[in-house]
Design a protein around this ligand. Structure first.
Ligand code: FAD
Length: 399
């Protein structure tokens, strides 16, 4: 085979998952001249709108923006982003206070709409030459023969294909991870939090504008639980209510104390909770009962893996390798950093097993550190941001 053809074959890769990490990683490699095929379980969201139109947003930080810049995606993404210069704390007594993230507006984070972000990344990837195959759910892998089996869940049609290497960007419930785990010990364990979350929406006001300060991440800290709200560029806010799963039982005995998802089970109970604990937010969420009952309750967990690779045949990145609780707003940012690191390692050598090992050695300790910080930040957000000593300390730090 002529050398040019060989180089072409060697620079081919198959990605599973066209979510945030899959689309970005595919772009980074395609821009370096790789032939990239991405297989995604869902249909193409550009054809029929994103997941029923519910707005869910994410905090984008500098770590993530760096990766977007390298993929040429930063201008498109930032055209929809809303700047958040700090936390707007809503105290129990009705006061509010802005705690800046940095000294001025050069140190801020951004709220981006998950659906719009995914659409932008798919468009940019396609322009870079990535081939997408939608309605392809990874079902099984024969690593020996290097063949992967995908199913079209609409009609059960099976599609089998050969691969050089599979990259698992298929999220927290990764099917590729399960297939790798059947071959080798990955050291996989998941730790679920005894708290869960529910998303609600603050629509635009009667004048079509934001109903609260738009350039902030709003927090209602209440000790054992909290609410947060992030702005969307369509002038809505996505509110996330975090509650324990069960009422607390005091060591000294006595009746269990709520609130929790065990006692707040329907829209009427959610309204009572808001009236009592988040009274300034209640009038802003007109479809509280509907949202509470229609939207799923999300579980929160951390996924730890000791091994992210199967020699040169498969590697995991993003949530498939290290899903984390969302309290530091860093899961996507961390996944984007993985994409840059993996693309650089892969492009730097013909030895894929060595590239994956170097990628894991670089990224696994970072992912572990961010996972730990994300768990710690839950305590900080729900319990300490309205604490007088904490506020004084922050004022002194910023003086
Ligand atoms: P995903 O986004 O889950 O994408 C996986 C893709 O793979 C999907 O398109 C899926 O359809 C596809 N797929 C799944 N299985 C298969 C299969 N078998 N075959 C083919 N395709 C498959 N991160 C932040 O940085 N900032 C935040 O503010 C933030 N807030 C969050 C709030 C909440 C409530 C939650 C739950 C998470 C939050 N995160 C945040 C984390 C962030 O959502 C994830 O880290 C990020 O989505 C990971 O991207 P990914 O591409 O690895 O996985």
């Amino acid at each position: 085979m002529p050398l040019d053809d060989l180089a072409h074959v060697e620079r081919r890769i198959t990605v599973v998952g066209a979510g945030l990490a899959g689309a970005l990683f595919a772009t980074l490699l395609a821009r370096r001249g790789w032939q990239v095929d991405v297989h995604e379980k869902r249909g193409d969201p550009r054809l029929k709108g994103y997941e029923g139109g519910r707005s869910i947003n994410l905090a984008l930080a500098e770590r993530g923006r760096h990766a977007l810049r390298l993929a040429g995606a930063d201008p498109a993404v930032m055209s929809h982003a809303v700047m958040m210069r700090g936390r707007m704390v809503h105290f129990a007594d009705g006061r509010t206070a802005l705690q800046r993230y940095g000294k001025d507006d050069s140190e801020v984070i951004w709220s981006v709409h998950r659906g719009e972000l995914n659409l932008s990344l798919l468009d940019i990837a396609e322009c870079a030459g990535v081939n997408f195959h939608f309605h392809r759910t990874l079902q099984g892998v024969d690593f020996e023969a290097r063949r992967a089996r995908f199913v079209d869940e609409r009609n059960g049609d099976l599609h089998e294909l050969g691969f050089e290497t599979l990259v698992g960007a298929d999220g927290a419930g990764s099917a590729l991870r399960a297939a790798m785990g059947a071959e080798i010990e990955l050291g996989e364990r998941s730790e679920f939090l005894d708290h869960a979350y529910k998303e609600l929406e603050i629509p635009p006001g009667a004048d079509g504008g934001f109903r609260m300060e738009p350039n902030a991440l709003h927090i209602w800290p209440r000790g054992r639980y909290m609410c947060i709200a992030l702005p969307n560029d369509e002038r809505t806010f996505t509110v996330t209510l975090f509650l324990p799963n069960q009422d607390v039982v005091d060591v000294a005995g006595g009746p269990p104390r709520g609130p929790s998802f065990a006692s707040v089970t329907d829209g009427a109970a959610a309204r009572e909770l808001f009236a009592r604990e988040f009274p300034d937010a209640l009038p802003l969420v007109p479809r509280l009962e509907h949202d509470f009952e229609a939207n799923p309750t999300g579980v929160l967990g951390t996924l730890y893996l000791d091994t992210w690779q199967l020699d040169d045949r498969a590697v995991l990145l993003g949530d498939a390798a290290h899903a984390m609780v969302p309290f530091h707003g860093q899961g996507m940012n961390c996944a984007f950093e993985d994409c840059v690191a993996l693309a650089e390692h892969l492009d730097g050598t013909a030895d894929r097993a060595a590239a994956f090992a170097a990628f894991q050695a670089e990224r696994l300790p970072n992912a572990r550190a961010i996972q730990a910080m994300a768990l710690e930040n839950y305590l900080e957000m729900r319990d300490r941001v309205d604490d007088d000593d904490y506020l004084l300390q922050r004022e002194l730090e910023q003086a």
